[in-house]
Design a protein around this ligand. Structure first.
Ligand SMILES: Cc1ncc(COP(=O)(O)O)c(C=O)c1O
Length: 393
């Protein structure tokens, strides 16, 4: 069909990498490519019980339309968890969304006109790049190291590019797994306020810390609403719930509510009540503890296997939490090219270029460790090591 799509649809492309990665759905492929939690750790029984309790009390509200802002007891619960993270908000500043992905879409819808600039750390979460691209944003990327985005580079980019938004994942970034230091958090929050640019702090992973010291979120250093905090139940309960939230000051909240009404009226009443019931009646602390122990074990297994088997000249991150490890190959090696061979060897990863909207990352790749058992991680890393040994002579 020859549909006359909107201009912005030109920015929505299916990538060649996605096509290659389709084969990772085959059960014989060891996939380090996805960003999936371990399904065997989902709190299946507790969620089943929560569903029964929500539906079994004769109250039909879970099946009714509800308010755009979200289920009040869940907003209160989230506000309380935010206060524990030193973000001093009440329930009225919490908006429930269909995952953080919708939060990103709503914010892009509110802030971006075609051609507006978004500053990203380099590399950045692919899903955010996709959202901002669909609103025809232009990207300026800023370098990051093991302590996160570099404040001096960020300031220079703000001065030169006059961005509408800055998007950061300060804790256990996707794709690198790295975390912004305390000092840089203070500096970045200061820059947001000084230049009056909203910073989106996307924080899906901070609860998945298995070593090191807990750091306060960027938003805890913000007094005036320049840091917009997002999080999700996708990594702590289950991604299939599609439940996340935005912390927003009243002026932003009223616009977000209008944007969300136009998108989907509200996030599922049933899901919100079920997750709330799960949270208040289950041993959530115990559940998170089990996830942290298991993901820590998988991170260790992957890092140890890489250390033992990868050739000299390859570097990788060893994050203190999250779900990913980032590998840098010697310059000149092409991770996209190598993916074809990897898939033949029945092992998969995401090539680095996917996370660089303005180019770069050819010699990098992202490995997910949360979704494979330690035995599969050993096996998959060994296959990658064999490939690298052949490529690197
Ligand atoms: C950095 C980041 N932001 C947002 C999301 C989307 O999460 P959700 O399932 O809450 O939409 C992901 C998912 O992997 C992510 O890695």
């Amino acid at each position: 069909m020859d549909y006359a799509f909107a201009q912005r649809v030109r920015e929505m492309r299916s990538s060649a990498i996605r096509e290659i990665l389709k084969v990772t759905e085959r059960p014989e492929v060891i996939s380090f490519a996805g960003g999936l939690p371990a399904p065997e750790l989902f709190p299946l029984e507790d969620v089943r019980r929560a569903v029964n309790e929500v539906l079994g009390n004769g109250d039909p509200s879970a099946l009714q339309y509800s308010s755009t802002e979200g289920y009040p007891p869940l907003r209160e619960y989230i506000a309380e968890t935010m206060r524990l993270k030193e973000i001093g908000v009440g329930p009225n500043e919490v908006l429930l969304t269909n995952g953080s992905q919708q939060a990103l879409d709503l914010l892009a819808k509110l802030f971006l006109d075609p051609g507006d600039t978004v500053i990203l750390q380099r590399p950045s979460y692919l899903g955010a790049i996709q959202v901002f691209s669909s609103y025809e944003a232009r990207f300026v990327t800023v370098g990051a190291d093991a302590e996160g985005v570099i404040p001096e580079s960020l300031e220079q980019a703000i001065r030169e590019a006059h961005p509408k938004l800055i998007y950061l994942t300060p804790t256990f970034a996707n794709p690198t797994g790295e975390t912004m230091s305390l000092k840089r958090r203070q500096a970045v929050a200061g820059l947001a306020a000084e230049y009056g640019v909203p910073v989106i702090e996307d924080d899906p992973y901070s609860e998945l810390r298995f070593s090191g010291e807990v750091l306060p979120p960027l938003a805890s250093f913000d007094q005036n609403g320049w840091v917009i905090y997002l999080s999700t139940f996708s990594k702590t309960v289950a991604p299939g719930m599609r439940l996340g939230w935005i912390i927003a000051q009243p002026d932003l909240m009223s616009k977000l509510v209008l944007a969300k009404q136009g998108t989907d009226l509200h996030t599922s009443s049933f899901v919100q009540r079920t997750v709330h019931q799960y949270l208040v009646t289950s041993d959530v602390t115990g559940h998170l503890g089990r996830i942290r122990v298991e993901y820590g074990r998988r991170r260790d297994t992957m890092a140890d296997a890489i250390r033992r088997t990868f050739p000299a000249g390859v570097h990788w991150t060893e994050p203190e939490g999250g779900m990913f490890l980032w590998v840098t190959l010697p310059m000149g090696l092409d991770a996209v090219d190598m993916l074809h061979e990897a898939v033949e060897e029945k092992v998969a990863y995401v090539p680095g270029i996917s996370f660089f909207p303005n180019g770069g990352g050819e010699n990098c790749l992202r490995l997910n460790f949360s979704n494979s058992t330690p035995a599969l991680i050993e096996d998959g890393v060994k296959r990658l090591a064999g490939l690298l040994a052949r490529r690197m002579g």
